[in-house]
Design a protein around this ligand. Structure first.
Ligand code: ATP
Ligand code: MG
Length: 420
């Protein structure tokens, strides 16, 4: 017998029992984004590998070891997208969207060949935002306030906000030299990964999770001290805005983010409720990226949130998926069975948004009621021989107290309309 085929390790089906939470999350995010005037953009799941090399950076973990890259039949190297920013920038340049400011958002699957574990998968989903053409710190602030609003609406309040400024490229270069000098003096005590990064990507050493390395890093020079007046003022305006809006935050001078393209403001929303994978949303400014990818010099700032982690938090917070239907239509006998779909249509016409599930497959009352109960519906609507004869409908509450009622169609529709 052949082996049962399974989904790829680290890539998961989202099952019907789980979908309600996903939809609630996605709908809430979408509503918030709408209310801030952001518009959705959809880009392909596959891009030329070059795009990610040039944007994310050759010496980042993502490009070095996490990309799903392959040659297509032409021999062109393509990759499944590991994140959404590069594609948004590519599309914005390609379609001339950068002539005016843009506030865009996207959603969808991302792919990274990481070690699968809680909160870390090989196919995962993000919703992200990218803004273009807006240089002022007030847009950085807007993005953070938008996410703060989202957590409030979702009832997720165990998050903390960390922010930092990475300075502009020349400031960072000056800092980098000092950092490398400091770390090189302690090179022997760094973990192997950090030793390697010392030459390839020294700023990444700052967010090493290795305890020994963290001790060394604690004594390292701080990037904050290398900021010029402009970048410092930019950062202060973001901080003052957060103060004024009553959003609590912590300045974390070690927050550097994994991707190469960030400058100035970076931020992360972190929770302690998910074990090691605590970052649910991360972003920052990336003023140089558009030009780096062949567009004109346009400031940009954005963020992305991990939906799997947010869904898990909603689950942990006890958010229960709403039952998928309101009414289960029980139809016993051939005549009733035949009119049931028509009755259901009339009911959907009469009560917009009412969710009606019709029984399919015959069976006696007992049998059909069992299925009605299992469906999670609040009501069973019964259509049997006697109801058909009288032209009436029996409605039986399945969840709440209450008597079975015998109703005309009009009374039924009015009653159900009031229940929504
Ligand atoms: P991490 O530090 O957790 O690896 P990252 O810095 O690589 O995150 P980003 O590229 O900034 O993450 O992506 C933004 C968000 O997407 C993360 O904060 C996280 O919530 C989510 N995310 C990233 N990688 C994964 C993954 N492999 N599985 C599930 N969610 C992920
Ligand atoms: Mg990562």
């Amino acid at each position: 017998m052949s082996k049962q085929l399974q989904a790829i390790r680290g890539m998961h089906d989202i099952l019907p029992t789980q979908i309600a939470l996903w939809q609630r999350l996605e709908d809430t995010v979408r509503g918030v984004l709408d209310s801030y005037g952001y518009t959705e953009i959809r880009t392909p799941l596959v891009e030329v590998t070059e795009l990610f090399k040039r944007s994310i950076g050759e010496v980042t973990d993502i490009v070095e070891k996490e990309m799903y890259s392959f040659d297509d039949r032409n021999g062109d190297s393509l990759s499944l997208r590991p994140e959404g920013t590069a594609s948004c920038v590519r599309a914005a340049i390609e379609h001339g969207l950068l002539a005016q400011p843009q506030r865009l958002w996207y959603r969808g699957a991302m792919f990274r060949y990481e070690r699968p574990q809680r909160g870390r998968y090989r196919q995962f989903h993000q919703i992200g935002v990218e803004t273009f053409g807006l240089a002022d710190p007030e847009i950085d602030l807007e993005l953070i306030l938008l996410t703060a609003r989202l957590w409030r609406l979702l009832g997720l309040n165990d998050f903390r906000l960390e922010i930092n400024s990475l300075g502009d490229p020349d400031e960072r270069a000056a800092y980098r030299t000092q950092l490398v000098a400091y770390l090189s003096a302690h090179a022997a005590q760094l973990d192997a990964d950090s030793q390697r990064r010392l030459t390839t990507n020294p700023l990444r050493v700052l967010d090493s999770k290795h305890p020994h390395t963290q001790q060394i890093v604690a004594g390292a020079p701080a990037l904050m001290d290398y900021l010029g007046d402009d970048t410092r003022r930019h950062f202060e305006r973001v901080c003052h805005g957060l103060d004024a809006a009553g959003v609590t935050y912590r300045i974390n001078p070690r927050l550097v983010r994994g991707l190469d393209y960030y400058n100035r403001t970076v931020f992360e929303w972190i929770t302690d409720n998910l074990g090691a994978q605590g970052t649910v949303c991360a972003g920052g400014r990336y003023d140089g990226l558009v030009e780096q990818l062949g567009g004109k010099s346009v400031p940009a700032v954005g963020f992305a949130m991990g939906l799997e982690r947010l869904v898990e938090l909603l689950e942990l917070a006890g958010h229960v998926a709403a039952p998928p239907v309101d009414v289960y239509l029980v139809a016993v006998g051939e005549a009733a069975q035949q009119v049931a779909p028509i009755v259901a249509e009339r009911l959907r016409d009469a009560v917009p948004r009412l969710r009606v599930l019709t029984h399919c497959g015959g069976g006696n009352f007992k049998n059909q009621f069992k299925k009605a109960d299992k469906s999670g519906a609040r009501f069973a609507l019964v259509l049997g021989e006697s109801e058909l004869e009288q032209g009436l409908f029996s409605l039986k509450p399945l969840r709440d107290e209450g008597e079975q009622q015998l109703l005309t169609f009009e009374a039924l529709a009015t009653f159900l309309g009031e229940q929504l």
